[in-house]
Design a binder for this molecule. Structure first.
Ligand code: OGA
Ligand code: NI
Length: 351
């Protein structure tokens, strides 16, 4: 263990098992017949796909999509640029380092639940500027801007990221339409929440780790936003907690597929019909791994609460309303620093 800083060591009950169960059953959904971002068309479409999405959200909180319409060359371009960026020296990467004030850019000291993650990341936002509360304090009404920090090298990184982001946004709207339909709501039900979206993309690099049995690339967590669209490479390492029995199941890489997971906000909107599921990332001692999650997040001023259409006297709202902007600023703060308190979770708003 000598080489690994104790900050990375998971408590025994959270350590990964080196032998793992590979996912059978995480649904693979073919989107080839779904038109792009135009709600009228979607309604007419394929009820089968809508049902598959609904079942996957209910049973797993996770699924993979193929024939999703994102051009492969755009994905390859951002993946190549990401490799080049992370291959640089720490000194170079730290020129676009995240700080207390600059929330975006490069950093290698993220904590999940107060244990350090075995990874380095580069974050950038989609909307420029992205408006966000200046602090997590509930009474502080000040709003600030997230601004991207682009590195000089590789020169194509910025454009590759921006083009890829547009593709992610299109796919995210399409998926949200399918989720809405699967809940018996109009296809465009969620669109309005994303007008001033606070979505961001993260380039993840998980270097080989000398103690893959003690550390994790990302500790167990749920994604706080609405929906996540993840591109993983062929190395594998993502594990999902199976709802049926609580086992950690590895998601087998499928070339050119995206992994989709329900975030906390869909859980609250759907009043627990769909659940945001725990997941984590295992590392290994031989191969580095790269992944690119897109976090689809609503406007900072969104007050998240169970949808009226999905609640009634028999099924009353299970959550109090909360501010998304305050939630995310609170999270960001605890990911950056090791705090002695648990980070914010939706169950804190449970009725
Ligand atoms: C995340 C995450 C998974 C991965 O960044 O929230 O769950 O495979 N990443 O990198
Ligand atoms: Ni995640």
């Amino acid at each position: 263990m000598g080489e690994v800083d104790p900050a990375f060591i998971q408590d025994p009950e959270h350590r990964p098992k080196i032998s793992f169960t590979e996912a059978q059953g995480i649904p693979l959904i073919d989107l080839s017949h779904i038109p792009t971002h135009s709600s009228d068309d979607v309604t007419a479409v394929n009820e089968g796909v809508v049902r598959e999405i609904g079942d996957a959200c209910k049973e797993w909180g996770f699924f993979q999509v193929i024939n999703h319409g994102v051009p492969l060359e755009k994905r390859q371009r951002i993946e190549d640029a990401s490799r080049k960026f992370f291959a640089q020296s720490l000194e170079e990467k730290r020129k676009v380092r995240r700080s207390d004030k600059e929330v975006l850019g490069y950093y290698d000291t993220e904590h999940t639940k107060n244990v350090r993650d075995w990874k380095e990341v580069f974050d950038f936002t989609i909307e420029e500027p992205t408006l966000i509360p200046a602090s997590h304090e509930p009474d502080d009404k000040e709003v600030t801007e997230w601004t991207n920090q682009w590195p000089d090298y590789p020169t194509e990184l910025r454009e590759a990221c921006q083009e890829y982001a547009q593709e992610m946004v299109k796919l995210a709207y399409k998926l949200m339409e399918l989720v809405a339909l699967s809940l018996g709501l109009p296809g465009n039900k969620f669109h309005g929440f994303f007008k001033d979206q606070t979505s961001f993309i993260r380039l993840n690099h998980y270097p080989p780790c000398p103690a893959p049995d003690l550390a994790l690339g990302v500790g167990r967590h749920k994604d706080g936003g609405a929906l996540t669209i993840l591109a993983q490479d062929d190395v594998g390492g993502l594990e999902v907690k199976r709802k049926a029995d609580g086992e950690w199941i590895r998601v087998k890489p499928t070339p050119d597929a995206y992994i989709i997971n329900v975030g906390d906000i869909i859980q609250v909107w759907s009043n627990d019909k769909y659940e945001s599921v725990d997941h984590r990332v295992m590392v290994n001692s031989k191969r580095e791994r790269f992944s690119i999650p897109f976090f689809f997040n609503p406007a900072h001023y969104t007050l998240v609460k169970p949808l009226e259409e999905l609640t009634n006297e028999q099924n009353p709202a299970k959550y109090r309303e909360y501010s998304w902007g305050k939630f995310i600023t609170n999270r960001k703060r605890s990911n950056f620093q090791k705090l002695n308190v648990e980070n914010i979770q939706i169950y804190h708003f449970r009725i």
